[in-house]
Design a protein around this ligand. Structure first.
Ligand code: SAM
Length: 298
């Protein structure tokens, strides 16, 4: 049975380590910091300031940081929110809600949202509404009305090697089909396989530029959109940029071979093995040569 270890990250916020995935839920630098830098700021919510309604999909809600940060801003505006969450396991949210350091981060409105989801899977404050679809995201996404288009999709599964089923080309195509014309699909991942799948799905991709304090990192993640953005992608707090030459070259390496899950039911092991076979037969350049050329750490 999946189990977790609680710990406090460098910014003082709560996170979990999953023994079954052998991976932490967040960056060691901070669970809250990660959500702000990789999801809230790249969403550039100011672009929705003239919109009446915003539709949000949180894929892998976990403890809820990504939605929490975005709601702290949106709930101060007059924009109506329709929110959907996909998450296989209720325990991370349940565990977090019992912790004082988690409760203290959030305003009463956001805490109320989390408590409603935890209790009944639904939330409304009379104006906004939300529902969480507990279960495998690959299946549960079909519970959401197929005509609904999302303005923000927050994609935050465990890493591709641990949870390839939610990074498959097929799942990315499915999410792309549900993205609104001006919507943003945002993820912490900078993996060539994921970025290449976004591109094949017809999305334009941008790199999330690290802040001055994070200069050791070459990118904080990826924002994908249906059309090239006409607006200035450099706002006060966040910078999105076209991929650098180094990042474009990364997409021509063997790392860009996608995770495939044609049935939507493949196990992690099956998906990884199929990709390894495809990589071993590939004519694409070895990722190690790219790494050497750019002096990029693993
Ligand atoms: C990296 S954590 C998400 C962190 C989260 N966004 C937060 O702010 O705390 C990954 C999450 O993916 C969930 N997950 C794993 N496989 C899944 C699946 N097939 N469908 C839906 N959720 C899944 C895990 O239960 C875990 O909560």
């Amino acid at each position: 049975m999946n189990s977790f270890k609680k710990h406090t990250t460098k910014d003082g916020s709560l996170s979990l380590y999953s023994f079954s995935y052998k991976e932490g839920f967040h960056d060691k630098d901070g669970a809250l910091k990660e959500s702000i830098d990789k999801y809230l700021l790249p969403a550039q919510l100011e672009q929705f300031s003239n919109t009446e309604k915003i539709v949000v999909l949180d894929v892998c809600m976990g403890l809820g940081y990504n939605t929490g940060c975005i709601f702290e801003k949106l709930l101060q505006s007059n924009i109506k929110i329709e929110w959907h969450g996909l998450e296989i396991d209720q325990r991370p949210l349940n565990l977090a809600l019992k912790e004082k350091i988690f409760q203290e981060i959030w305003s009463p409105k956001v805490l109320h949202f989390f408590n409603c989801l935890n209790k009944s899977g639904k939330w409304t404050d009379g104006f906004n509404e939300g529902i969480i679809h507990w279960g495998d995201a690959r299946k549960k996404i079909y519970e959401i009305q197929s005509s609904l288009r999302f303005d923000l999709i927050l994609l935050d599964p465990f890493s591709p090697q641990k949870c390839p089923e939610l990074w498959s080309e097929e799942f990315i195509y499915l999410l792309t089909g549900r993205l609104s014309a001006k919507g943003r699909l945002i993820t912490y991942s900078t993996a060539a396989s994921i970025r290449a799948s976004f591109k094949r799905a017809g999305l334009k991709i941008y790199s999330i530029v690290p802040s001055i304090v994070d200069q050791k990192k070459w990118s904080l993640g990826t924002v994908a959109m249906k059309k090239r953005s006409e607006q200035d992608l450099i706002s006060k707090e966040c910078q999105l940029k076209d991929l650098s030459t180094r990042e474009v070259e990364h997409l021509n390496t063997r790392s860009s071979i996608p995770y495939r899950d044609p049935t939507g039911k493949g196990s992690s092991q099956e998906i990884i093995s199929t990709r390894e076979i495809e990589q071993s037969k590939s004519q694409l350049i070895n990722t190690s040569s790219w790494r050497k050329r750019w002096n990029t750490a693993r």
